[in-house]
Write a protein that binds this ligand. Structure first.
Ligand SMILES: Nc1ncnc2c1ncn2[C@@H]1O[C@H](COP(=O)(O)OP(=O)(O)OP(=O)(O)O)[C@@H](O)[C@H]1O
Ligand SMILES: [Mg+2]
Length: 428
């Protein structure tokens, strides 16, 4: 039952057969089977006993539903079933015994799922969806979490600085270049571009998660994440604009948790208003990439965001990335910017409108579409730095650093005072 799946053999099988013990279960099963395109006649009576007899003389189906209600010793009967059941069959069992030890033993003997009677049509649909996922391909959880997860949050200090562009590129590079199974979690619930940037439909996963945080578990993640390629999946939303997001943030936190277990890399596109509302969203990230541009407004807000991060994400390493840099045409020079924020800018990403437009047209992350652009090298540098800093953050165990916000805002004020009103252009 739990032997490696053979797709060719499976194509010759019945997709589904059930052996149930009572009419109520048969009546529940038949319409759900029909929904899946399976014949209602495949719902047989006779429970496990009949299943063993029938399968000893006929081919096993792809999905086998078996009712254990009349079985005196479910575990040994399941083992009898395993003797006659061909490898690759996904078995869903149902029964009346509510005992976690039995459940564990059944799972250990190759049962995919155990539904406690009475169960609902929705529970059944979930079990079938899971079974179909197993049949159709490798599961996220099977390939994932070989290496400890690295979580990077990307926060733009102002709107439009390119935080989402950088988040999708970093996630793509983390999968493609660093070879990590990676999840892009786009927390811009109304206006997110995580899926759009990868030419995907966002699906309902993120909205469902917000509406029902209690449903978020490994299986939920497996179903809700939309795959961009073998190494990159995305969770994003385009929530209707008349729909206020009612959440205390726990859904986002739980999503981070589950994604951490299922993937080797997480990149969170974290809108800055989200962190203001839900500061706990940054308490477990390893690296925060603060995206800025060289403007006065971004200077002020970089100071505030960096100071906020010190207070709220002391465990994280911070990388400052300046985007859309046009040497010689900046409101604030790099030198003045660095003086104001009292630290260096780590990565400079030049402005390249052509590459950005090309990426949007192709529905590809900038890092993929702009391999020959001047953005390619700094984006790769950002990936390397993010992975390096994540390792350093892990090692340090996260020690918050000091610093005074007032002092830094003082530097900013002097920068504004020093600025000649007529000239805004300075060298970056
Ligand atoms: N280095 C760059 N050169 C040129 N254009 C860029 C660059 N980086 C991003 N852009 C473009 O800037 C625009 C805004 O980018 P993006 O949506 O990533 O910003 P954001 O900070 O996430 O915005 P929002 O505040 O709406 O979330 C996009 O059209 C994007 O293609
Ligand atoms: Mg954005």
């Amino acid at each position: 039952m739990n032997a490696p799946f053979n797709a060719r053999a499976a194509s010759l099988r019945d997709p589904f057969t059930a052996f149930v013990c009572d009419d109520a279960t048969a009546d529940l099963l038949r319409p759900v089977a029909v929904e899946h395109g399976w014949s209602p006649e495949k719902v047989n009576k006779g429970g496990l006993r009949n299943a063993v007899q029938t399968l000893s003389v006929s081919a096993s189906p792809s999905i086998l539903f078996v009712d254990l209600s009349e079985s005196g010793d479910p575990l040994s009967d399941i083992n009898a079933l395993a003797e006659v059941c061909e490898p690759g069959t996904v078995v869903i069992a149902a029964g009346q015994v509510n005992d976690v030890r039995l459940y564990r033993d059944l799972v250990a003997s190759g049962i995919q799922d155990y539904l406690l009677k009475p169960f609902t049509a929705d529970q059944l649909r979930d079990a079938f969806a899971n079974a179909q996922m197993i049949i159709s391909g490798p599961r996220v959880t099977e390939t994932a979490a070989e290496r400890p997860n690295v979580t990077a949050a990307v926060i733009g200090v102002r709107g439009g600085v390119g935080a989402s562009t950088i988040a999708s590129s970093l996630a793509w590079l983390m999968g493609d270049k660093a070879g990590r199974s990676t999840a892009l979690l786009d927390l811009d619930v109304h206006f997110g571009t995580g899926a759009l940037a990868l030419d995907l439909e966002p699906g309902r996963g993120l909205t469902d998660a917000i509406e029902n945080p209690s449903r978020i578990d490994g299986l939920f993640i497996e179903r809700a994440m939309v795959r961009a390629n073998d190494r990159l999946s995305v969770l994003s939303a385009e929530a209707p604009l008349n729909q206020w997001i009612l959440t205390d943030g726990s859904a986002f936190f739980q999503l981070q948790e589950e994604i951490r277990h299922a993937f080797e890399g997480t990149v969170i596109d974290m809108p800055r208003n989200m962190v203001v509302q839900f500061p706990h969203l940054v308490t477990d990230v390893n690296v925060v990439i603060v995206v800025v541009d060289f403007t006065l407004a971004a200077t002020r807000d970089a100071i505030r965001v960096l100071s906020w991060l010190k207070a709220n994400a002391g465990q994280a390493k911070v990388i400052v990335a300046a985007n859309k840099v046009v040497p010689g045409i900046q409101e604030v020079s790099r030198k003045d910017f660095e003086h104001s924020i009292e630290r260096k800018v780590d990565i400079l990403l030049p402005s390249d409108s052509k590459a950005a437009m090309q990426a949007a047209k192709l529905g590809q992350p900038l890092a993929k579409a702009a391999k020959t652009s001047k953005l390619s090298q700094p984006l790769n540098q950002l990936l390397a730095l993010a992975l390096e800093q994540a390792a350093a953050a892990e090692e340090a165990g996260g020690k918050p650093a000091g610093g005074s916000l007032l002092g830094k805002l003082g530097n900013f004020k002097s920068l504004v005072a020093k600025k000649p009103k007529a000239t805004v252009a300075q060298t970056a």
